[in-house]
Design a protein around this ligand. Structure first.
Ligand code: ZN
Length: 126
């Protein structure tokens, strides 16, 4: 489906530059707008530890994409489109459940690697 929206990244005249990230649609109630939420880990220098922070970004949601609540979407930075929006939804990546499964699948092989390394060390020690 093609749209006549000039603020669309694919059919419009807007150029995506700067930050591109994946986040979840918290709300898609305003017309042609999606509120994207993502978790970011930031360093706390005082305690030399990391903490998770949620940030929200208002993104333009063109009709040809029409992202809905709980969709996982890719968002790109553009020029300012309105008072609050300077991001555009580029595409729908999946739903929340799929995203979790993906993250878990990514995390698991790392643990296995660690175990094998430890096992090897034990064998070498013997
Ligand atoms: Zn479009």
């Amino acid at each position: 489906m093609k749209c006549n929206d000039f603020r669309c990244a694919e059919h419009g005249s807007i150029s995506v530059r700067g930050n591109v990230f994946v986040g979840r649609v918290k709300s898609a109630k305003p017309s042609k707008t999606a509120i994207i939420e993502r978790e970011v880990t930031i360093r706390v220098p005082k305690y030399e530890r990391y903490k998770k922070v949620r940030t929200r970004v208002y993104a333009h949601n063109p009709e040809c994409i029409n992202a809905r609540e709980n969709d996982i979407v890719m968002v790109g930075e553009t020029r300012k489109l309105s008072k609050t929006k300077s991001f555009v939804v580029l595409k729908i990546v999946g739903r929340k459940e799929e995203f979790r499964a993906l993250e878990e699948a990514k995390a698991k092989p790392k643990r296995k690697e660690k175990e094998t390394v430890e096992a090897k060390e034990k064998e070498a020690g013997k």
